[in-house]
Design a protein around this ligand. Structure first.
Ligand code: ARG
Length: 460
């Protein structure tokens, strides 16, 4: 009988009950954190006079042994263990004997334990995910640095809009990912309070020192409220959102990779190491990394919404529903740990066809705004300038030529203000260079942005 609550029960659980209840198949990964928590707890029991020095020494030795056995697989959970905490108490009793092993549970509950251990696991996971996101940012920054002068047609509504620098576009993705890293860091600051010492919900009567446990487990301090400490999971929902947001941001990059590598676009070619072929069509080179990213982002959103639904109607304090908090988060982290290195590899090795991008940068009359803004600089009100530039597009479209191919006469017919000097802005380079306000696409502004971004990356 290994359950932690047998005393008032005449029989053990039915098999289907045990199967439903068991969580060791997913919460066993919390074992190292559980043991770390047990060591800290043993020390505060000693400080409260509930263990002797000798008992503490033997307890720590037994926990060290259990840790090694759990790591090597020599000790494993069984179905009757119910959860990681129960399994490890069994393991402790097997190593320390029932007398000493049975003393460790004083003043703690699985409710405060599990909330603490889950936070610890997530805080480590958030650091790993943050590092992975940083590698993606590095890949984007590397490509921006490698192509300081490459131009492309910027789009809105997926329609050609205005020419921009490729680096400007890539850094837009880097900016959102860097915010995700900052979100992880903000989340960590809020999450760094330990629920240990909250007991089942009401706190402990044994004079234990939750601040000492918190410090030993790497927290900034203990939670303020034992009911909140055991019952709240907004820390889990919040990081589920950040992980989903990372997935969504990666998915938007992925979508562009998918479009840009089509033969119709021809903006980029994937490195062979980051593409797959077709079992029937010999010519195919498929962007599976990008497609799996787009697909998995849906799964990360599902993990967030599923968790929120689990939480929404639970009265305070702990309810067993909360056991459902872990799998969605474990899954989101696992999926990102698969995705992030692949995305970073794909983005750092993708080859941009900058000639092709430059050739189509003016297509779709992307310089029309430049005509309008040139007229504004000549003192023409924007409403009239916009009309005139639109008429230029209509004339050029009718003749099947680009805006720069309109004759002086055609310009003059549209508006007397459209002198031949307007041609100065009718080049992609001229258009890009003219957008030199803060955050704009002019090469100097993009270079400054890149520098500031690299500074942020270095402290992230
Ligand atoms: N395994 C549970 C969880 O993940 C913790 C156990 C709390 N069980 C209980 N009966 N109070 O939330």
């Amino acid at each position: 009988m290994s359950a932690l609550w047998g005393g008032r029960f005449a029989s053990g659980p039915a098999e289907a009950m045990a199967l439903l209840s068991a969580s060791t198949h997913f919460d066993w990964r919390l074992a190292p954190y559980d043991i770390a928590g047990s060591r800290a707890h043993a020390r505060v029991l000693r400080a409260a006079g509930l263990l002797t020095d000798d008992e503490l020494t033997r307890m720590i030795a037994a926990l060290d042994l259990l840790e090694a056995d759990a790591a090597s697989g020599a000790f494993e959970p069984v179905l009757a263990d119910e959860d990681v905490h129960t399994a490890l108490e069994r393991g402790l009793i097997e190593r320390a004997g029932p007398e000493l092993g049975g003393k460790l549970r004083a003043g703690r509950s699985r409710n405060d334990q599990v909330a603490t251990l889950f936070k610890m696991w997530l805080r480590d996971a958030a650091r790993r995910v943050g590092d992975g996101v940083l590698d993606v940012v590095d890949a984007l920054v590397g490509q921006a640095q490698a192509h300081p002068n490459a131009v492309m047609p910027g789009r809105t509504h997926l329609q050609a809009a205005q020419p921009v620098l490729l680096g400007h576009h890539l850094l837009a993705h880097a900016q959102s990912l860097l915010r995700d890293i900052e979100r992880l860091q903000d989340w960590d600051r809020r999450t760094a309070l330990s629920p240990y010492g909250s007991g089942a919900l009401a706190g402990s009567s044994l004079g234990l020192d939750p601040a000492a446990v918190a410090a030993e487990l790497g927290f900034d301090g203990p939670v303020e409220n034992s009911i909140d400490g055991t019952a709240s999971r907004d820390f889990a929902a919040e990081i589920a959102f950040v992980l989903a947001m990372i997935g969504v941001n990666l998915s938007r990059i992925a979508e562009e990779v998918i479009i840009w590598t089509t033969s119709e676009f021809g903006f980029a070619v994937l490195d062979d190491a980051w593409a797959t072929g077709s079992s029937i069509m010999p010519q195919k080179k498929n962007p599976d990394v990008a497609e799996l990213t787009r697909g998995k982002s849906g799964r990360l959103i599902g993990n967030l919404t599923g968790l929120l639904a689990t939480l929404k109607a639970q009265p305070l304090a702990y309810n067993r529903d909360l056991q459902e908090d872990k799998e969605p988060l474990f899954d989101s982290v696992e999926q990102l740990e698969l995705l992030l290195p692949a995305i970073a590899g794909m983005l750092s090795t993708i080859r941009y066809d900058t000639d092709r991008m430059a050739a189509v940068a003016p297509a779709g009359f992307t310089l029309a705004t430049d005509i309008a803004e040139w007229l504004v600089r000549q003192g023409v009100p924007f409403r009239i300038a916009h009309e005139a530039a639109g008429e230029c597009v209509r004339v050029a479209e009718g003749r099947g030529v680009g805006l720069d191919e309109l004759t002086d006469q055609e310009f003059a017919d549209v508006s007397p203000h459209l002198t031949p000097q307007v041609r100065d802005v009718l080049t992609v380079q001229g258009s890009i260079a003219s957008r030199d306000g803060h955050g704009g696409t002019a090469p100097d502004r993009v270079a400054e942005q890149l520098k500031r971004l690299v500074d942020r990356v270095s402290v992230a």
